[in-house]
Design a protein around this ligand. Sequence first.
Ligand SMILES: C[S@@+](CC[C@H](N)C(=O)[O-])C[C@H]1O[C@@H](n2cnc3c(N)ncnc32)[C@H](O)[C@@H]1O
Length: 203
Amino acid sequence: MTLAALVAGLTGLLAAQESGQRQDQGGGQSIHGKQLSAYEATPLPVVEKMLELAQVRPNEVVYDLGSGDGRVLVMAAQKFGARAVGIELDPRLYEASRAKIWDLGLRDRIQIVQGDALEQDLSPADVLTIYMTPYAMWKLQPHLEKFLHKGMRIVTVFDEVPGWEPTATIKVQGDNQRTYTLHLYSVSHRSGWTSYSKFGRKQ
Ligand SMILES: C[S@@+](CC[C@H](N)C(=O)[O-])C[C@H]1O[C@@H](n2cnc3c(N)ncnc32)[C@H](O)[C@@H]1O
């Protein structure tokens, strides 16, 4: 790991912990110590590009790790015909996104789990989406490794997964004057623990 990546990881950790402490003060279930990233929504045009980049097909299963207000899940279900699962640590975001999914009548397509992404079984996922922090990627990498299977696609926003080579990287303009970098990892074959061997460059 480079010094820059280490510094970015530590900065992410401090920001996440500070944010976790702030949220603890609001009452409710404690998330301190488990929070990998503060909440920031991905603009909807960027969400659409993420799902296009992963080539989400009808009835595939999309997992969003740290699902926030549920926007990735809703677009995956409504626009791509997928089934979607969100993992969200923050109880308030969990409740709000769950209420939204009920209101939209998407209960049969979308499930939201309140919990730590690092403790979830990700094996049913055809597609994983992640918008967190460099520190989160560093923590998540060994967990993700357990569930990789042939045909699986992972899309990350801004931060690369340490030790993995992206199949593709694109830049997308948000509707907020910000440019988002998306990384796609396509798992080209099963087995092996050496990450580099799992990903093939897109033809
Ligand atoms: C940058 S936001 C992204 C939200 C959403 N995925 C989007 O793209 O709009 C990161 C989310 O991860 C959640 N989060 C942080 N640590 C987590 C953890 N250990 N397990 C599950 N979710 C977590 C935060 O509460 C926040 O909602």
